[in-house]
Design a protein around this ligand. Sequence first.
Ligand code: G3H
Ligand code: 13P
Ligand code: ZN
Length: 309
Amino acid sequence: MPLVTSKEMFKKAYEGRYAVGAFNVNNMEIIQGIVDAAKEENAPLILQVSAGARKYAKHIYLTKLVEAAVEDTGLPIVLHLDHGDDFEICKQCIDGGFTSVMIDGSKHAFAENIELTKRVVDYAHERGVVVEAELGKLAGIEDAVNISAADATFTDPDQAVEFVERTGVDSLAIAIGTSHGAFKFKGEPRLDFDRLEKISILLPGFPIVLHGASSVPQQFVEECNKYGGHVPGAQGVPESMLKRAGTMGVCKINIDTDLRLAMTTSIRKYYVEHPEEFDPRKYLAPARDAIKAMVQHKMRDVLNCSGKA
Ligand code: G3H
Ligand code: 13P
Ligand code: ZN
């Protein structure tokens, strides 16, 4: 099976009331860890590449590795651009083999966001590629967008309908309280489920996307710090909330921070226990296993997408 778009994947997820995991990839071990998990779980999969990942690993290396993953597993896999900032990067990814792109115009005013998104949609659809857009602002730090909690604005449900109608976009990332990185809530974690419900009722059958959905498990933070890390008090999205969102029209859930934490914790642990070692394969193999375990847990216990490939 070649790379797929998320069209069928989201249709099945919407009807089955589960979500597909979108995991960020930066190198071979991360890709292999995620893909091994998906294979064992027989789960649909979105591998996403940020502008930073493209810069770090180069477009061609990442696309070839993902093509290898498709050949190796036979699973339906989407190759997606995460947080495309402008038309040019989306065009490069569309022309360069991606099956899905995100144009993140959330930092622009409503009208400009529509105009930019529509331009990408027109270009992508002519070439069989699907498009995710974002409306509303998440707090936290992204590649090119750095928004403080005070500037975060939740998605307006009526604007979401107008946005989808006017752009023809295939999925929409909304802001309901999640944010990027390890520190998501000051006090009690809270997502605006009423807002999510309104949006999903107004857009029946339409796939909604949640960014900033890492849960930042406390035991990982503690373990990372036990082995010499200095991750300060972290606060993620409780997994029970993500589970609930998956039954409410949220078809794609983005996870990166939890994978970073799993990988780094594993490498720190390895080095504390084996200070004499300097063969990279020795610490990257358990790091890859740690990513696999984290992704399997998400697929089984949070996304509910195991067995749905
Ligand atoms: O939302 C951002 C993702 O976690 C990607 O992060 O831009 O550091 O690659 P990055
Ligand atoms: P986290 O930082 O919560 O993992 O979010 C990742 C994300 O939204 C990538 O686009
Ligand atoms: Zn994101």
